[in-house]
Design a protein around this ligand. Structure first.
Ligand code: BMA
Length: 320
């Protein structure tokens, strides 16, 4: 493991921090907003002890330092319509003082990427929803070339011979509702530590050298045996990092050839629902140059790692 990333020695949030029923607390989106750190986390509730999951809502937590979090008394978001059955894995991007939440939206007719808007984390407006199947959408924090820009991960089936061979794409929009300029950013075959699929992780962060961008990478290893208490979980998720061109974010200008983040701490794996999973959903660049990475571990707890932004840029540009 590279020495550049420093992990905290315990999770920043677990089910024990949540004052309402909670079993798996993970895959949070995090942003700095109105002088506070704000986190929206996925809560799969049910019974952890009985390995039973009954549903999903999204919880809200706030913090003054990004490390110690206070969870609001009630979940902030649980969105259902006749068509939408579940919303999860929120990623927060602040654009011009307003918060946009990209999330996976399970509908009765497929998995979509939804974009919601809020200013108070109480009321959420659905701005747009993609065609299925599309998951893991993230918004850049400003317009690029006059257009809102997102990374996304469509899930092709026929053309990929009915296997998970999923890649990272981008799209642009004048108004966050009408999306076009669709373009491949990176294929799964371009990631040496993925044999299955890749997808966007946290919303990109702007640096002098380019958009610092995380992605998740999946290895499927049925021979490796089941990992976690889910019935048949044989995948591992790591995270990679790359730099995208500031003006042309479909262009990769540097990519680290190894995972920047993977499970290697007991607290990330213990009793995990799906072990060997890291899933970053939030990245913050502090004025000091520190990057905070928030990531779900084993789909069970939420963790934090930090690194110096210049070290990460160097890794991307040198590749090794
Ligand atoms: C993905 C999503 C994520 C999850 C990951 C690993 O497909 O369901 O929510 O963290 O798998 O289980």
């Amino acid at each position: 493991m590279n020495e550049i990333l420093k992990k905290l020695d315990k999770p920043v949030l677990t089910r024990f921090d949540v004052p309402y029923p909670a079993a798996l607390v993970f895959n949070a989106g995090v942003a700095k907003y109105n002088g506070k750190y704000v986190m929206m986390f996925r809560n799969d509730y049910g019974s952890f002890e009985e390995h039973r999951l009954d549903g999903t809502n999204i919880g809200l937590a706030t913090s003054d330092d990004g490390i110690n979090w206070t969870v609001a008394p009630k979940p902030c978001f649980e969105y259902h319509t006749d068509e939408i059955v579940r919303v999860y894995d929120p990623r927060i991007t602040v654009i011009d003082g307003e918060c946009y939440i990209c999330a996976a939206v399970d509908t009765r007719h497929g998995i979509c990427g939804g974009i919601f808007k809020t200013t108070d984390f109480d009321k959420f407006e659905l701005i747009s929803i993609s065609a299925p199947d599309n998951r893991n959408m993230v918004l850049f924090p400003e317009k690029i070339g006059g257009l809102y820009t997102r990374l996304e991960r469509p899930m092709p089936v026929y053309s990929r011979r009915h296997r998970d061979r999923f890649d990272m794409w981008m799209a642009q929009s004048p108004d966050l509702r009408f999306w076009g300029n669709n373009r491949l950013v990176m294929g799964v075959e371009d990631v040496p530590f993925a044999n299955d699929k890749i997808g966007p992780a946290a919303p990109p962060v702007k640096t002098e050298k380019g958009w610092l961008t995380t992605f998740h990478a999946v290895v499927l290893d049925p021979e490796g045996g089941k990992n976690g208490w889910e019935n048949r979980w044989t995948k591992s998720y790591t995270a990679g990092i790359m730099l995208l061109d500031l003006e042309d974010p479909g262009k990769i200008i540097g990519k680290y050839d190894e995972p920047i983040l993977f499970c290697n701490r007991d607290f990330e794996e213990e009793d995990g629902f799906r072990k060997s999973v890291v899933f970053p959903g939030g990245m913050i660049l502090e004025d000091s140059g520190e990057i905070k990475f928030y990531y779900g571990a084993s789909d069970t707890v939420e963790c934090l790692a930090t690194a110096d932004v210049n070290d990460l840029i160097r890794l991307c540009l040198e590749g090794k």
